[in-house]
Design a binder for this molecule. Structure first.
Ligand SMILES: Cc1cc2nc3c(=O)[nH]c(=O)nc-3n(C[C@H](O)[C@H](O)[C@H](O)COP(=O)(O)O)c2cc1C
Length: 151
């Protein structure tokens, strides 16, 4: 699934949910994602906050591009904007057919820098800013995943 070095395409986009996603709708979506992605060898993460998605998709370039086209046509969201598309030496989310994190209003403590990173990726940012924001969110995601193992 890892492929040779340079084989992995990493694509990051943002989009707006067409309707506020309820927990069950998100779970359904994730189940669908994970099933498909396990078959096609796609990994990544999905973040959701206040009606906005940020998704990282990684895998074989053609597969990722085809999936992105399919996701773009999904009526559950709109205004998809690709922020980054780059070859990476290795996957950032090798263990995730689609990792997921939501940042809800109360009870969920945003880590230092998370809000800014999310906004930076959300806004009309240049590539360096987007890259930095993505790196921070990736780290946050990993740390949080490690902390919640077994939960
Ligand atoms: C925000 C968002 C993210 C999605 N991510 C994935 C994904 O990672 N993998 C996937 O197979 N489908 C994903 N989908 C669902 C696809 O748009 C599509 O419904 C699904 O691939 C099934 O396609 P099909 O009905 O043509 O088989 C996503 C949809 C949305 C709205």
């Amino acid at each position: 699934m890892t492929g040779h070095h340079g084989d992995v395409l990493s694509l990051v986009y943002t989009s707006s949910a067409s309707q506020p996603f309820r927990e069950t709708a998100l779970e359904q979506l994730l189940e669908e994602c994970r099933e498909n992605n396990a078959e096609t060898g796609v990994t990544g993460m999905l973040l959701y906050r206040s009606g906005r998605f940020i998704q990282v998709l990684e895998g074989v370039a053609e597969t990722v591009r085809a999936l992105t086209d399919r996701i773009r046509r999904d009526p559950r969201h709109h205004d998809m904007r690709v922020l980054l598309e780059e070859r990476v030496p290795q996957r950032r989310f090798p263990d995730w057919t689609m990792g997921y994190r939501a940042l809800r209003g109360s009870g969920e403590v945003a880590p230092e820098g998370y809000r800014d990173s999310f906004s930076d990726l959300d806004a009309d940012s240049d590539e360096d800013t987007a890259r930095r924001a993505l790196a921070e969110l990736t780290l946050w995601f990993r740390v949080r995943s490690a902390a919640s193992v077994g939960a």
